[in-house]
Design a protein around this ligand. Structure first.
Ligand SMILES: O=C(O)CC1=CCC(=O)O1
Length: 270
């Protein structure tokens, strides 16, 4: 049973946060993907909170965190993480993020390495998608509001899950779609614009924290090849491939948890 979400006052606004696990354990902060909230991590809470002081937050523009007008950028999304850590008096933390959340982790690895003990970048890339496609998506959402979010939710299963999983686990898929339909259009659009403008490919070589790159074997968005390219650029980075599509923590929760926990255990004893 996880703790109720709280509204955490930080220097960058009031973020919706949950904190589970032993307050004296090492901190691990989890960062959600585009169009989801901290609830995306519900399947992982029991396993991860046994070993960590587990912090989850809604990324800006999502859930109960500030929906400030866009565009956003990853300097801002990364500073948000540091503000959450500061508000909780956490000096250093391990970080795990999926997709947009993983890209936020890459930004932190480049710009705030002193705050990170370990970095798990899951289903992500140093450059996610094409700028023009993100700008088009942002414009469509701003133009169509809630109906635009519903259209994105209708098309989400093919971006997020493999066909077999969609057939086998319709309740999980529908819950994720319903969550996406509830995201504020401006917050979603503003994050699309952050993705449009961020390219960390030339900065990855600066990351020197222990790094895991977790990819989904069937992910059509951020592919195994994207993870391999990041591995080639980040010294000592580990690569793991799990049998899943894009939202791998939902599609292959046990494999996801095992890979992340094994990586964190080895990284945190260094
Ligand atoms: O388009 C999607 O929903 C997939 C995705 C890209 C970045 C992200 O966080 O999710």
């Amino acid at each position: 049973m996880s703790q109720a979400a709280l509204s955490l006052n930080t220097r960058r606004g009031a973020f919706r946060v949950t904190v589970d696990g032993d307050p004296d354990a090492p901190a691990l902060i989890l960062s959600n993907s585009l169009g989801t909230t901290l609830e995306m991590w519900d399947p992982q809470v029991a396993a991860l909170a046994k070993a960590f002081r587990l912090v989850r937050y809604d990324t800006r523009g999502h859930g109960g965190s500030p929906v400030t007008p866009g565009p956003y950028d990853f300097d801002g999304l990364g500073q948000d993480v540091l503000a959450v850590l500061d508000a909780l008096a956490i000096e250093t933390a391990a970080f795990c993020g999926i997709s947009m959340g993983g890209h936020t982790g890459l930004w932190l690895g480049v710009h705030a390495p002193a705050r990170l003990r370990a970095l798990a970048v899951c289903n992500s890339a140093a450059r996610i998608g094409a700028a023009s496609a993100w700008h088009e998506r942002a414009a469509a959402v701003r133009a169509n509001g809630a109906a635009g979010m519903q259209a994105l939710a209708d098309s989400a299963p093919g971006r997020w899950f493999s066909e077999g999983f969609i057939q086998a686990q319709p309740a999980v898929v529908q819950r994720a779609q319903a969550g996406l339909a509830r995201i504020a259009p401006e917050g979603y659009a503003a994050c699309c614009e952050a993705l449009a403008t961020s390219d960390l490919r030339d900065s990855l070589h600066r990351i020197d924290v222990p790094t895991l790159l977790l990819a989904g074997a069937h992910d059509p968005v951020t592919t195994v090849a994207h993870a391999q390219a990041m591995q080639a650029a980040i010294a000592g980075a580990q690569l793991a491939v799990v049998p899943a599509s894009h939202l791998s923590n939902l599609e292959a929760p046990q494999a996801f948890e095992q890979v992340v926990l094994e990586f964190m255990a080895s990284a945190l004893v260094r």
